[in-house]
Design a protein around this ligand. Sequence first.
Ligand SMILES: Nc1ncnc2c1ncn2[C@@H]1O[C@H](COP(=O)(O)OP(=O)(O)OP(=O)(O)O)[C@@H](O)[C@H]1O
Length: 250
Amino acid sequence: MNAIPQSVPRQSDETRTQNAVTVQGLTRRFNGGPAVLDRLDLTIAPGEFVALLGRSGSGKSTLLRTLSGLDPVSEGHVSRPQDVAVVFQESRLLPWKRVWQNIILGQTGGNDGRARASAVLEEVGLGHRADAWPLTLSGGEAQRAALARALVREPAFLMLDEPFAALDALTRLKMQHLVAGLWTRHRCAVLLVTHDVDEALLLADRAVVLDSGRIRTDLPIPLDRPRRHADPRFEHLRSVLLESLGVHDD
Ligand SMILES: Nc1ncnc2c1ncn2[C@@H]1O[C@H](COP(=O)(O)OP(=O)(O)OP(=O)(O)O)[C@@H](O)[C@H]1O
């Protein structure tokens, strides 16, 4: 996704040095209905990891689609880097291309495509499956490949739309550790959509809770990494987030 759509303007130099992503007064309606995003303001600093939570229908995917350029901006302003990548809940690999070919699909970059794909597949622990067909991958392996396909583009802004929602609990934990390590090395700005409060607390610098298209809570997570569930501050932040989501954990 290299070409920047008309609807998402390039950042001015001044904005870019301050924020990777700036959303101002963003409103989105479908067919004249109620506002799904309602005068939304959000900034993400370069290299910052933000988790986006909210009940079903609160507008998370709509915001992500707008930031990725898939949905138009009709009211308000959005700017973000030109080099972005998105990982979805399903890997969206092309089944008729081998794994390594999927990784560099659409990339212009000379004859070293195979080498670049191999390097990034190694990084996500999938080097041994470079020649496999996507349909032979497990769910966790397919999501590793999707992460590799995003990272090979060296995005300044990575969007993750519930990337582990379909995985079993153990695989999910492994993927969360993988993402934590990848982010530490690559330091791109990240927006992670998740329903999982613990996932947000394990990974993010900030957790933002959307409610009816507006930000209800914007919570810094000032915990050292790697994060531990047993940390009493982790417990406290979990309670704050659950309460904001309308869930009481007592
Ligand atoms: N293309 C569309 N046409 C009409 N309404 C839409 C469209 N896309 C989203 N909506 C509506 O916008 C609202 C927000 O949807 P969105 O998918 O952004 O929520 P979400 O927070 O991502 O939900 P979930 O957690 O269930 O994925 C919902 O009421 C949804 O029905």
